[in-house]
Design a protein around this ligand. Structure first.
Ligand SMILES: Cc1cc2nc3c(=O)[nH]c(=O)nc-3n(C[C@H](O)[C@H](O)[C@H](O)COP(=O)(O)OP(=O)(O)OC[C@H]3O[C@@H](n4cnc5c(N)ncnc54)[C@H](O)[C@@H]3O)c2cc1C
Length: 628
């Protein structure tokens, strides 16, 4: 956690000793003024850090995602508190839309939703056309469900909790603790700020190779409201349940869930720490022999990975007091005050013209990634510096299962910290685990050739953003369009990186590697994009379209929509387009809102050109025209 401070000090020291006029033997001549930005290198300030700064309010009835990549426009918002209120509201909306002769579009979500794609919105915000349904302007309604977060019933005998759909994971862990019950080990995602309804509707998961690892595995029944405002309860195993799990609210809004917990349990966690990645795929198999509940975090540019293993604790093993899950990176204000400027200065210099680059920017960022990404412990406990935001790492021990699965990071998450002003770029796919070894080799080739193989000053030191590639494991999923659907043995791979929000008009650092990773995993590996993560372009890539990946399951989903929502009131524009096999629309600089992969230079940012990947020339990405 001291890395940002060290990196900041290093930079200060270096900036004193290196002059911009020193002949560094640069391989690429830069324009005479050494500056590829037409109006000079902008200085990127973090307005959040200014005491006077007030975030501009969103337009009326708009709602925005937690990462701030997506802002959804709507005509009105409905904020129900229970199933009956929502059902009544939908009946009234239908009647009103019919009276006005307008189609109705509704989307269940919440303010600060976690989805990265625009499935949480009616219209797809990156499209420039007005949003029309059958040629008419629809009545677009956001169903904001954040008040539906209560415990409804506790059945200690059956070890079941019945809760409202939008309860956060934080609330759920607290309720489970209070009832003396545990969630299944690694059976929920990483962030306690997510909601059960959102996690259920995107088939989001933890990790469990061929075992329970997602809420779709361990729910008992689900209550939901269809597009007519009718209320249903569907048991696990029913056709409706298959369509609702991972179904993005296409059938209706999930309002209540009964969940099957376990007796209170403890978990033994351990770490394969910062291991060389020479035999990564074989090491993964070795770790999976120890336990199915495994998460691997990998930095191919550093040649290292860390494995986090969880398994049942031996009976009577003492637990660590105050142990907490630390998997979501977080920064106290004073740390963010140093790493925020570092990150935005680095990202704001895509052509490597800044003196700081030659003083070791990339090396410092790699140090940051090593210490606070793959080097971070899964679990921390309270220590003498906890009040200063520094907890003690723990790499092996025993803790209550409910406390070591997901992180509660409040305002200090890397994407909520105002001082850091960063966001996450999460690109995540499922594919068959049998292909993992080949995929690992391909990612290594990508790093070798597309990150480090392109000539330039300090090419061998180039370093991806702070973050990692993650691997998690699953079992065949009981869903129609949940992203692991149809796979025999899914592996879930994710490139999760932290980028500054403070450099508009500039792609994140070395983003062409990410663009190629996406196309490679989508197309060569038949990767299915996670519907709660990812840019819209991963669902509408014309070369590797989404719907055919799901085959018969997709057709069954369409049949369920025909049954419960024939007018597609619940269907977002993005889904309508992917169901019709429509590719994304190219527009100038579409790489900046990540709505396309480039086909020509005009799709790239200023100073970038659209070129074939070196390692995988079948995929194109935007790289600088000239770079030191
Ligand atoms: C920090 C972070 C960590 C994450 N960790 C993981 C992880 O470990 N594993 C993983 O698999 N994913 C993970 N995710 C992805 C996350 O699970 C999805 O983004 C998911 O969408 C849940 O977010 P949410 O609860 O805010 O739901 P939302 O984003 O609000 O909704 C998700 C989708 O479901 C629909 N929806 C929401 N509520 C309902 C409802 N009640 N009924 C019907 N439809 C509904 C929405 O329209 C939307 O399309 C993570 C995301 C973030 C931001």
């Amino acid at each position: 956690m001291l890395a940002p401070a060290i990196a900041g000090l290093l930079l200060l020291a270096c900036s004193c000793s290196v002059s911009a006029t020193v002949d560094l033997g640069l391989p690429h001549p830069l324009p005479a003024d050494g500056n590829l930005f037409p109006a000079g290198i902008p200085t990127f300030k973090n307005p959040y850090a200014e005491p006077w700064y007030q975030e501009p309010p969103l337009p009326k009835n708009y709602y925005r995602g937690a990462y701030e990549h997506v802002t959804c426009p709507s005509d009105e918002l409905v904020v129900p508190e229970d199933t009956a209120q929502l059902a009544a509201a939908i009946k009234s909306l239908r009647a009103r839309a019919a009276a006005e002769g307008r189609p109705l579009k509704m989307r269940p979500a919440r303010r600060g939703f976690a989805t990265m794609a625009s499935f949480a919105c009616g219209p797809q915000p990156t499209l420039v056309n007005p949003f029309l349904v059958d040629g008419k302007k629809p009545m677009v309604v956001g169903l904001m469900l954040e008040k539906m977060d209560k415990v409804l019933a506790v059945d200690k005998e059956k070890q079941q909790l019945r809760v409202q759909g939008q309860m956060t994971l934080k609330g759920f862990y607290e309720a489970a603790d209070a009832a003396g019950l545990s969630v299944p080990r690694f059976g929920l995602p990483w962030w306690q700020g997510l909601t059960l309804g959102g996690v259920f509707s995107t088939a989001s998961h933890g990790s469990g190779n061929n075992v329970t690892h997602m809420i779709c595995d361990w729910f008992v029944d689900v209550t939901w409201v269809d597009a007519q405002g009718e209320v249903h309860t569907s048991a696990k195993g029913s056709d409706e349940a298959f369509a609702l799990c991972g179904g993005l609210g296409l059938l209706g809004t999930v309002t209540e869930l009964t969940l099957q917990l376990t007796p209170s349990s403890n978990t033994h966690f351990s770490t394969w720490y910062l291991k060389p990645d020479d035999n990564l795929a074989d090491d993964v198999e070795a770790m999976l022999k120890i336990t199915p509940n495994l998460v691997v975090m990998w930095r191919p540019d550093l040649g290292k990975y860390t494995g986090h293993l969880q398994r049942p604790a031996p009976e009577h093993a003492p637990t660590i007091q105050g142990a907490q899950c630390n998997v979501i990176p977080q920064q106290a204000d004073y740390q963010a005050g140093m790493s925020g400027p570092l990150l935005r200065a680095w990202q704001g210099d895509p052509f490597n013209t800044n003196t700081m680059y030659f003083a070791g920017y990339d090396t410092n960022i790699c140090t940051l990634a090593l210490t606070s990404a793959i080097g971070a412990p899964w679990v921390t406990k309270k220590g003498p510096l906890t009040s200063k935001g520094i907890s003690q790492p723990v790499f092996e021990g025993v803790a209550p299962t409910n406390h070591v699965t997901s992180t509660d990071c409040g305002d200090n998450c890397v994407f909520t910290s105002k001082k850091l002003m960063s966001t996450a770029l999460d690109v995540m796919f499922a594919f068959e685990r049998s292909k993992l070894k080949e995929w690992v080799a391909d990612i290594k080739a990508l790093i070798k050739e597309d990150l480090r193989g392109i000539p330039g000053w300090g090419a061998h030191t180039r370093c991806l953003l702070p973050g990692y590639y993650v691997m998690r494991f699953g079992r065949p999923s009981d869903t129609l369009v949940g992203y692991g659907s149809g796979l025999q043995q899914p592996v879930y791979v994710q490139q999760q990186m932290m980028a500054s929000k403070a450099t508009p008009g500039i792609p994140s650092r070395y983003e062409w590697v990410q663009e190629t990773y996406e196309q490679l995993t989508l197309c060569k590996y038949d990767g299915r994009p996670h519907t709660g993560k990812n840019w819209d372009r991963t669902f509408t890539n014309p070369r590797c379209p989404f719907a055919p990946k799901f085959g018969e399951s997709f057709k069954k989903m369409v049949a369920m929509q025909d049954k419960y929502d024939p007018s597609r009131a619940y269907e977002p524009e993005l889904w309508t387009r992917l169901a019709a096999g429509e590719g994304y629309k190219l527009k100038p600089k579409c790489i900046l809102d990540r709505s396309c992969y480039c086909e020509a230079d005009e799709h790239c940012a200023d100073g970038f050109k659209c070129v074939a990947s070196v390692a995988f020339p079948q995929y194109k990405a935007c790289r600088p025209k000239v770079m030191n």
